[in-house]
Design a protein around this ligand. Sequence first.
Ligand code: PEP
Ligand code: MN
Length: 452
Amino acid sequence: MSNSGSTSNELSKALDNHLNLVAAQQPNWPDQTALTHARETLAGLPPIVMAAEIETLKLRLASASQGKAFLLQGGDCAETFADATEERIRARVKTLLQMAVVLTYGASMPIIKMGRMAGQFAKPRTSDTETRDGLTLPAYRGDAVNGYDFNLESRTPDANRLVQAYNTSVASLNEIRTLTLGGYADLRLVQEWNQGFVKNPSNARYELMAKDIDKAIRFMAACGADFSELTTTEFYTSHEGLLFDYERPLTRIDEATGSIYDTSGHFIWIGERTRQIDGAHVDFFSRVKNPIGVKLGPDTKAANVVALAEKLDPNREPGRLTFISRMGASKIRDVLPQIIEGAKKAGITALWVTDPMHGNGITTKNGYKSRQFDDVMNEVQGFFEVHRELGTHPGGVHVELTGDDVTECLGGSEQIDEKTLESRYESLCDPRLNHTQSLELAFLVAEELAAR
Ligand code: PEP
Ligand code: MN
């Protein structure tokens, strides 16, 4: 992976058209010297992920787009430097592994495990500023840009944070690799954790499926299955590719193939707020080889999706393009079918994934940004219904979750109510499903998958 000397000119020629275009949602860095220094530092550091891994992921996603695998993508809305601890990362990986086992059983297909992890440090915001008690400061744009504390020093964008985002991503990915390659992903261990979940009387509804999974594992053992093969697993990273001052210096030429990859993560997505067809983000990501995602809100038209696919995936490369719809439970059944049909007519081969979080936001009476678990599930069910009716493949779920027992989303088997939100609301951005709610979602999605 190279980005120095003559390759640096080559990269500029291939990539830098975005500089002539409108780049939405970029911070106003006050210190240009610090910014230049940060960009140069990043450009000199090793890639975070490798081209070969990125290409393997593309194969996996291609298989999901053909209905032969299913994507589980989850993690924080906004990762923070403070929460990049061994314990918290482990809890998130554990939650995703637990969900994946349940989904594998429900789908009878491989589950592609992907974290919104090791890079999800930048956030688009509706407003550039935030006002509290008459004081107006820059909005929090994620730990890669500024601090969450509400004072001028903390909220002023600081380009050194870009380098800290890189270092934290590397450390996080190292922890993820250690866990998923070092025995933590052992199928039997993960199943044991899930037994713990269903032992809780409020989750008894899922006991039957957990027992079935247990039986299946014992059956495999009796048949002489090699469980040593099942102690490790592939695990991919993803984040919103938002900040050019981060993504651009980490974009490199792979010497073996001459192809260009954004090495900040395996899978990069373009957010609902930055997917303008003539905007800088779409242009930039049209020029890298990574598998990429595009979020689609409820106002999306089939024509938008066709135009995005023409630009981002003109060759209809299997696994290259994923559309992540986030319509809201009340809209998905009306809006998604025409989009999928339009895409089908245009020969688009994208993977369809549901994000049941971002269209279902509410603000509670006591002032918390939250989501109802039932709305989240309703949108997932709508997603499956739409695909069932159209005869297309429901390819995956994209959720905001954490492995901790936070209280940010309402409902679920623990019946979290508005008052309970006050006890452990930790997200600096959108509300996440907690550990229990995440597993519950997995069991419910597994039922949908089994019923396909
Ligand atoms: C997000 O995924 O946190 C996000 C901001 O999503 P969207 O672009 O769909 O609003
Ligand atoms: Mn979010």
